[in-house]
Design a protein around this ligand. Structure first.
Ligand code: NAP
Length: 251
């Protein structure tokens, strides 16, 4: 029997792959056999070196995803440099914190443009390639705030709630075209994105007390879910938002 989680010969585009969850996912996909196009505004040199050390091909694609300007080029470069595009992981994202009464238009637009608008248009660009080439897998990175309200992060909550809806909509439209669109909703993961929360003694304690697993997650904790959703093991999984949260939502 062949291994349904084997990604040998597949090309994965991972955005925001230089650090954090994106790096963890890129390395897990490579360990399962995929070649990786590491997309982002900061060159993902370390990630590329680690993927190559695993015996897989890896290329850096420079792109600032705060606008949709680079999305077509990202797909073209991945295809040119690695010969295809079978897996897209929309991981790049930002967060801005402020009371909703004081929240600025700039903080709204920056987060929604990066976390939601660019994700849709990169899905569209990759989707066109996948439809023309026999299908593919798209994995969006959602959040606990796809399900919950959060506090002092209105544009982030709006963007990640939007990711949940977008994931289901694209699954509805593209399932019959051979594309699986799903999402991973990480719990509280120790990365740059959560540095402020980790450093806040009170919030850190409150968060830890609520996580049944009793610890923050790591970028590596996201790897297995990504490999699953990127693989043929998930061929009949569509529009699902897979929480990888140490039990946070179960509490
Ligand atoms: P991170 O360490 O801050 O990584 C964010 C990544 O996104 C970085 O590679 C960053 O690149 C990239 N990025 C941001 N803006 C970009 C832009 N305009 N163009 C291209 N790349 C851009 O945070 P993380 O925790 O790994 O976050 C990854 C994803 O997981 C995000 O979508 C985040 O919302 C989501 N998430 C995180 C958690 C958590 O607890 N950490 C929980 C739920 C969801 P630079 O290094 O150049 O800034």
């Amino acid at each position: 029997m062949t291994n349904p989680f084997d990604l040998t010969g597949r090309v994965a585009v991972v955005t925001g792959a230089n650090t954090g969850i994106g790096q963890g996912i890129a390395l897990a996909l490579a360990a399962a056999g995929a070649d990786v196009a590491a997309v982002g505004r900061t060159p993902a040199q370390e990630t590329v070196e680690k993927v190559r050390a695993l015996g897989r091909r890896a290329e850096i694609i420079s792109a600032d995803l705060s606008t949709i300007e680079p999305v077509g080029r990202v797909v073209d470069e991945a295809v040119d440099k690695l010969g295809g595009l079978n897996i897209l992981v929309n991981n790049a994202g930002i967060i801005r914190r402020n009371d909703s009464l004081d929240f600025t238009e700039e903080d709204w637009d920056a987060v929604v443009d990066t976390n939601l608008k660019s994700v849709f248009f990169l899905c569209q660009a990759a989707g066109k390639h996948m439809v023309a080439n026999g299908g593919g897998k798209i994995i969006n990175i959602a959040s606990m705030l796809t399900f919950q309200g959060g506090i002092r992060v209105p544009s982030y909550t709006a963007s990640k709630s939007g990711i949940g809806g977008l994931t289901k909509l694209l699954a509805n439209e593209w399932a019959a075209k051979g594309i699986n669109v799903n999402a991973i909703a990480p719990g509280y993961i120790a990365t740059n994105n959560t540095a402020a929360l980790q450093a806040d003694e009170t919030r850190n304690r409150q968060i830890m007390e609520r996580i049944p697993a009793g610890r923050w997650g790591s970028p590596e904790d996201m790897g297995g879910a990504a490999v699953f959703l990127a693989s043929s093991a998930a061929d009949y999984v569509q529009g699902h938002i897979l929480a990888v949260d140490g039990g946070w939502l179960a509490r």
